[in-house]
Design a protein around this ligand. Structure first.
Ligand SMILES: [Zn+2]
Length: 96
């Protein structure tokens, strides 16, 4: 019986197709986004219910996104809750 060509030294299983993570990956942006926290009462109004107001610039050449955080949650002024700037603003927000 000839020797088998199969090598038995390798024990680590090879994963050819890892499962893609479901979480949003901010690393998709080649440039580090610029995040500036603003004062909601100074920018929206003294009686505003907005808890956080964050200006996010994903790229230097693009217009900044204005991200609000109020009782409705987080959302971009122009693009809504699904805007990628929202994820950036939330990542910058310190845990309460
Ligand atoms: Zn936006």
């Amino acid at each position: 019986m000839p020797s088998s060509p199969k090598r038995t030294g390798r024990t680590t299983p090879v994963r050819s197709a890892p499962v893609a993570p479901a979480a949003v990956q901010i690393d998709l942006f080649p440039e580090r986004p610029s995040v500036e926290r603003l004062d909601p009462r100074a920018n929206v109004g003294p009686r505003t219910g907005v808890e956080d107001l964050v200006r996010v610039r994903l790229r230097a050449v693009e217009a900044p996104h204005l991200v609000f955080h109020d009782r409705h949650g987080w959302y971009c002024e122009a693009h809504g809750a699904t805007c990628p700037a929202v994820a950036v603003a939330r990542a910058e927000d310190p845990p309460a």
